[in-house]
Design a protein around this ligand. Sequence first.
Ligand SMILES: *Cc1c(COP(=O)(O)O)cnc(C)c1O
Length: 493
Amino acid sequence: MNYYSTRAKTKENGKTAAQVIIKGLSDDGGLYMPEIIPRIDENFIKTLCPLKYYERAAKVLSLFLTDYTEEELLSCADKAYNYTFDGNTTKISPLYDGVRMLELWHGPTCAFKDMALQIMPKLLSKALEKTNEQKTALILVATSGDTGKAALEGYKDVKGVKIAVFYPQNGVSRMQKLQMATQEGNNVSVFAIKGNFDDAQSGVKAIFLSESVKKALEEKNTFLSSANSINWGRLAPQIAYYISAYCDLVNEKDITNGEKVNITVPTGNFGNIFASYIAKLMGLPVNKLICASNSNNILTDFLSTGVYDRNRRFYTTMSPSMDILISSNLERLLYLVSGAEKTAFYMKELSEKGRYEIDKSTLDKIKDTFCAYFATEDECRKTIKETFEKQNYLCDTHTAVAMSAAEKFKNEHGCAKKNIVVSTASPYKFAPDVAKSLGIELKGEKTDEEIIKTLSEYTKTAVPKPISELFGKKIRFDAVLEKTQMQKAVLDL
Ligand SMILES: *Cc1c(COP(=O)(O)O)cnc(C)c1O
């Protein structure tokens, strides 16, 4: 399987999976895509049904990462999913009205990013071996909170790799900040920057494309790589859990093999939902994909009007991992529905004018699969409260955005199909907002530790270990940079 840039497909720029996992972003600024989408059928699902999560993941990955052997993939998946998760790798909780919560936050950082970032470092190490790379890989990450921590956990003390994480100073939750500031490992660095997530992401992208940085690093025997969802090594493992969740529902006799389901995904960078789209293109029986946004509803607008316009107000919300105005992976969708040439044009428009508009036939194609809704902060709070009171299910702020979208979809379409709603974080990661939404009175200036305890007692739910253990840890990183200092920080490393 060869991989090509979303902005130009030529014979010369075809790369292997190992090469694109090392490289991350294409030189022309585009993202890598496989040359074809492999197909799966009912028999494939049947074969996967009796298997464990890591075995299913290896099977799905083997369809894309054809330069890895099955044994290599199985070994990577075993190390990724069988030791650092809390017993469940993924878990499905049935709720009312055909809603099936797909919990993806049972990993070491309590957010779904672990699903990809526990395995990607293993895939990268293998890739470095395969390509006989002797240089040090410096991983740069821009994060709206969860990616940073998950990447740090995944890459800490990995041989031949260093990692630097940049996050918006006021754009992540206190818990996320604490998780990153206390990160252990000898090859890790963490920086807060004065700006929002898009500033962090643009800063990292600029460093990637800078020839002078590249040269300076070459002299130090170092090259840059990415762990953001622009890297195919992040996206491919995410396809697996949609297929695996389908198998779980078949095993539970909740659906029959071949029955179509809807999938609702709380969306920021468009990575997670794009992985579900690939699963659908592969042949997973999926009806609609429901894209859920918070007040930063640029995707809701785009998916209904075909106009992507980032010239708008940026909101800091209680679902910070979705506070994004440039959804990088949308470029991959554009590539699939309109080809490389048009994608390059749209991306040029976006970088020059902050806006592009796709043609009607392209929009119609997208609308065949995608629906989009957004939740205001009030709706998000209300959803958390009602879901807890009526369903006895405690969801985090991001998952609540998805729940709200699923509700709107049902009211509009009255669809009888099962709806897999993706639950992307433990509620304890966003405990103050979750507690407030439930109407728990937080008297005085309670610390996060106290709020978490109160939330646990009130809801009779357990605090995940990675969170309860956080408060005893030493703060290691407290640097705050101007956006303009990011490049220097990287060179200093
Ligand atoms: C990253 C993240 C999202 C958004 O996922 P994308 O792949 O960026 O669309 C949603 N919820 C949580 C908790 C996240 O960490």
